[in-house]
Structure formats: C-alpha cells, structure tokens
Write a protein that binds this ligand. Structure first.
Ligand SMILES: *Cc1c(COP(=O)(O)O)cnc(C)c1O
Length: 368
C-alpha cells in the first residue's frame, strides 16, 4: 500500500499558523509515550505550569494547557466564566473577534459588541465611553488579530476595565512573539495555542485564570455547560496532591509543549521577542524593495503576522500555490472581506529568522 505520509515534505511555514516546528520539539514528540499519571509525566506537567507562569508574567495558580487547539482554549474561557444572565462586551476588529461573539452568544443572550474596521486598531476612547455607560460582567478582546495583522493595545484597554469586570484576552498569536504581562494588565483569563509563537504542532493550548476568575468559576450556580473543558474538574488533574483522572492528557503533545517552552526560556524571553521584532523589520525592508506595502498602520503591526497588500494585477492563488508547490513555502491569504486582497506572512517562533525571510523574498521576486 502506498503510505500517504511518504508524500509529506518539509514545508517552510510562513503563514498565520502553524509555524515551522523546531528540531528540538520533533525530538520531544518522538519520546516514548508514558502513562498520564506516571510521576515522570506529572513532573513535566508541573514544569509546564511554572514555565507558562514565567512567560505570561503571572502568579496565577490556575495556569495550564488545555488539550486542544487555541479555539478550545478560547471556549474554555467562555464556558467556564460566562453564566447567564451575565452582561458581556466583545470588542471586535477581525475574524477571531467574530469567533468570540459566536461562542459567547451560544452561552448567553446578553452579548454587546463593539465593531471596528478590519485592519484598523480599536478606538480606546469609544471603549472608554461604552464602559462608562454600562456595567459589564465580562469584557473580551483579541490581542493580536491574526486575520488582519493588528496588535490591539491591551495594556491601555486594561486600564479602562472596572475591578469587578472580568477581562478575557486572546493571546493566541501574541504569546511567545510579543510581551504579555498578565498580572500587571489585570487580565482575568488569557489563552493561547502551541502552534504559533511556540513552534509546536497544534494541540495543547495554554490558559491562565486570575483569582477573581476562579472565584467566579467556584461560585457558579449552574454547572459549566461543557464537560470536557470544565476547569473545576480539570484542575484536579493538573494540580493538588492527589491527581484525579479527567481525560487522558495528549502525552506527546505535552512533551512538545514542554520543549517549546524550554526553547523560549533557554534563548531568553526578551531575546525571543526582539528576534521577532528584528525579523519583522527585516521583512519590511525587503518587501519595501519589492514595492509591497502593509495593510496596517506602522504603530499597530503585529511583528509575527505581517499582512501585506497584494500588488495590483497579481493573482493571489497562483502566487500562493506556486510558493507552496515549487518552493515549499506556505504563506496565508486573507479572510472574510480581506480575502484576495492581502497575504498574511507569519514570522512566528522558530520561523522568525533571517534565512527564512531571504528564502521567501527570493522566491517571491522570481514569481512576481
Ligand atoms: C489561530 C487563532 C485562533 C484559533 O486557534 P486554533 O488553534 O486554530 O483553534 C484564535 N485566535 C487567534 C487570534 C488566532 O490567531
């Protein structure tokens, strides 16, 4: 039988995720699978929690990876913290903001939205006005909106959130690529993924809950409406003295996450963040030379996700499929209203290196 896996080539992943998996993470994935209650595995779990706290800059006890991708972690925040009749505000300026609205409205009828143009940063003054007009139990926003390349000003929004309102932040693309300070920014629930800044395969997604978020979870009147993501049960497996089985942790994915986190800590968190910024500047310089410009205003660009305008007369699909088929390089297209209008060039995690930018630019210049 022809094994389809034989057709898989190494692809340079320069899209919106997944990013290219680092060699150390492949080595980690290859380690033998052990039991999910094996003391050696429990030690790995403990270290994953410690490293997540360090990189998220938080003392939050409830900091752990969800078994699933970023959307599962997003859902974990929403199902655990929303209890009708909460009043919820979701600030939206892209595709992942829309996903938040979709998830929240499935759980609760009372969801207000503030919508901003895709590709533009959210307007802090309008949010200030809104929060003065009405009291919310929960406010949620995306930090790095991967669909547009906009980095929303979380630190500034955080200052506007009242003390008794829970603040939920999507850090799926920002974690491991730009600075995040959970405790200083008073974030109550934050989530990310493994396959973007951490350069692991998709499947293990960090979350962190503040004490206020845990208080809300523990004082719910109704059960969390989703069994798999119910953190009040999951914490009994990820913490405490007697670990209680909830679901079988994806063991090898946790090895990968462990190694991805070790990589960031060994390189130095600040060094990793500046490597992303340097890569972004380097890419910009070379795109300038090709006459390719950015969608987003310079001040609000995500270094790890560069959304650029497709030059006039160029066929989006032809360029992307040529890159993939002839050069083994993947970049992303636009979503929703930006489909066919932009390319999304990811410089996430292990991918964010000069030699990868050179490969992309030389291929792009030939194709164009
Ligand atoms: C990728 C992404 C998600 C979804 O993560 P999955 O791992 O694809 O489920 C959510 N939010 C943002 C901002 C993302 O970039």
């Amino acid at each position: 039988m022809n094994n389809l896996l034989n057709s898989i080539n190494k692809t340079l992943l320069m899209g919106p995720g997944p990013s290219s998996v680092s060699p150390e993470v492949y080595t980690a994935l290859h380690k033998p699978t052990i039991g999910h209650l094996d003391p050696k595995f429990l030690k790995i779990m403990d270290h994953i929690k410690i490293m997540l706290r360090t990189l998220l800059k938080t003392d939050n006890e409830l900091t752990l990876p969800i078994s699933g991708t970023g959307s599962a972690a997003m859902e974990a925040c929403f199902v655990n913290l929303i209890e009708p009749p909460d009043s919820i505000l979701i600030i939206e300026n892209g595709y992942f903001g829309l996903r938040m609205i979709d998830m929240a409205t499935r759980l609760n009828e009372n969801v207000d939205t503030m919508k901003f143009e895709w590709g533009k940063v959210i307007d802090i003054n309008m949010i200030n006005d809104k929060l003065k007009q009405k009291k919310y139990n929960i406010v949620a926003v995306v930090h790095a909106e991967t669909s547009t390349g906009v980095l929303n000003p979380i630190a500034e929004i955080a200052k506007l959130i009242p003390d008794d309102t829970l603040f939920i932040v999507d850090a799926v693309t920002s974690f491991g690529t730009v600075d995040i300070n959970v405790d200083k920014w008073n974030i109550d629930a934050i989530y990310s993924c493994s396959q973007k800044g951490l350069s692991c395969p998709p499947g293990a997604s960090p979350i962190s809950f503040s004490d206020r978020a845990i208080y809300k979870l523990k004082n719910r009147k109704s059960k969390v409406p989703n069994w798999y993501l119910d953190l009040s049960m999951i914490i009994n497996y990820w913490g405490g003295n007697s670990r209680v089985y909830h679901h079988t942790a994806p063991i090898n994915m946790m090895y990968a996450l462990y190694q991805g986190l070790c990589n960031v800590i060994e390189e130095g968190h600040d060094n990793v963040i500046s490597r992303h910024l340097e890569a972004h500047k380097n890419l910009k310089l070379k795109l300038d030379a090709l006459g390719i410009s950015f969608l987003v205003d310079e001040k609000y660009r995500i270094p790890s996700l560069n959304s650029v305008i497709i030059p006039e007369g160029i066929n989006d699909l032809v360029v992307r499929s040529t890159l993939l088929n002839d050069y083994n390089i993947e970049i992303g297209g636009g979503l929703g209203p930006l489909a066919g209008k932009i390319w999304r060039i990811g410089l996430m995690g292990h991918t964010a290196r000069k030699e990868n930018i050179d490969k992309l630019i030389s291929a792009l210049s030939i194709i164009l």
